[in-house]
Design a binder for this molecule. Structure first.
Ligand SMILES: *Cc1c(COP(=O)(O)O)cnc(C)c1O
Length: 362
């Protein structure tokens, strides 16, 4: 068999270490996983109840159009149902975009480091990847503009950016959008939208009325706490959405996920609570870093990238052996850093104490 050339040098996604594996490997009973930006408060009670209700319906295919969730989302976002495409996680929406727009001879522009799935899916489609280094952890939008040419099909803007937590300001984004050629789709990945608090964080959905080449991605995996169910979405102009729909599998989002997501949307008190706790948690880490003399990027997400000024793999390993799973920066393009998901107040305090001892020991 002959596998597509593009796949030969591609590695499957390396997720954070699973809890059960770490327990077994190091003989630990308690594990704190702060590696995948999951919500430490779980999910809304309403979503859990919706999951229970769906369990009597498992023999029946889901609604391929996700009408109930679509309508709930449209109302929540103040957009039209036809402007939404649902995915098995926003990961799948990334895949659908790449399937629909990229092929050999085309190119796509993105920051580096950023969320790895843009590149991964673009490589599979055989497109050329143009990566533009972050400056101070932020997208260099001017340099990204310079990379675009007549064969550029998609530009990816991850804001807040994973793994740095930085955001693109309203002013910077508006200047960028006014300069991006019409034939380039601008994907604004807002997986951490619900956590963002910056005053100059843009209202990106409003740009859909001005620009037919803008798409906003969001997900139920992070603040909504439904990572296990795999459900996310994209919002863009209705004609563009209709044109990429054929690249979506018929029953790509499942019944349980649709019901849970629709119910989760109703519980905005839960989201507000998680957002507030996340800010307090970030402050715990900021205080620790300031006291310890460690640098970091201030974050608009539910994670923080802390810099240690030397390779952080050993630190990652030392934390792991104590039962704390974080994300080693090496895999993220920041070998001297660790990315830590903001946990509960207690989890944050615990890992900060352990980290403090490890750092001071040297
Ligand atoms: C987590 C994440 C996603 C993917 O989320 P799904 O679980 O596939 O919805 C997309 N983009 C960024 C930047 C993320 O961090």
């Amino acid at each position: 068999m002959e596998i597509k050339n593009q796949l030969l040098n591609l590695k499957p996604y390396q997720p954070g270490k699973p809890i059960e594996e770490v327990k077994k490997e190091y003989g630990l009973s308690k594990i704190v996983k702060l590696a995948s930006n999951e919500n430490p408060f779980g999910t809304s009670q309403k979503a859990r109840e919706a999951v229970q209700r769906e369990l009597t319906q498992l023999g029946i295919y889901p609604d391929g159009y996700s009408a109930v969730l679509r309508n709930a989302l449209a109302a929540h976002l103040g957009r039209k149902g036809e402007e939404i495409i649902l995915g098995n996680g926003s990961d799948e929406v990334v895949q659908i975009i790449c399937r629909a727009l990229l092929k050999p001879g085309t190119n796509t522009v993105m920051a580096v480091p950023t969320f790895p799935q843009y590149k991964h899916n673009a490589v599979i489609e055989g497109a050329e990847i143009k990566e533009v280094p972050l400056v101070d952890g932020k997208h260099d939008l001017d340099a990204m503009l310079k990379e675009m040419n007549s064969e550029t099909k998609v530009v990816w803007v991850c804001s807040p950016n994973n793994p740095t937590g930085t955001h693109v300001s309203k002013l910077a984004l508006e200047q960028f959008l006014s300069k991006v050629p019409n034939h380039v789709l601008v994907v604004l990945d807002e997986a951490y939208f619900e956590y963002a608090v910056a005053e100059d964080y843009p209202d990106t959905l409003s740009y859909l009325d001005t620009y037919s080449n803008v798409m906003v991605l969001r997900t139920f995996s992070k603040a909504y706490g439904l990572a296990a169910l795999r459900i996310g979405y994209g919002v863009a102009g209705r004609e563009f959405i209709a044109s990429i729909e054929p690249a979506r599998e018929p029953f790509n989002t499942n019944r349980v996920a649709q019901a849970a997501a629709a119910a989760a949307l109703e519980d905005q008190d839960f989201i507000r609570y998680c957002k507030e706790e996340n800010r307090k948690g970030l402050q715990q880490f900021y205080d620790f870093c300031d006291e310890t003399g460690l640098s970091y990027y201030p974050s608009e997400g539910n994670f923080i990238l802390i810099h240690f000024g030397r390779n952080a793999d050993e630190l990652f390993q030392a934390l792991l052996e104590k039962g704390y799973i974080v994300r080693a920066g090496t895999a993220l393009g920041f070998p001297e850093s660790l990315r830590i998901t903001i946990g509960t107040r207690e989890q944050n305090a615990d890992i900060i104490e352990v980290l403090g001892k490890l750092v001071n020991r040297e």
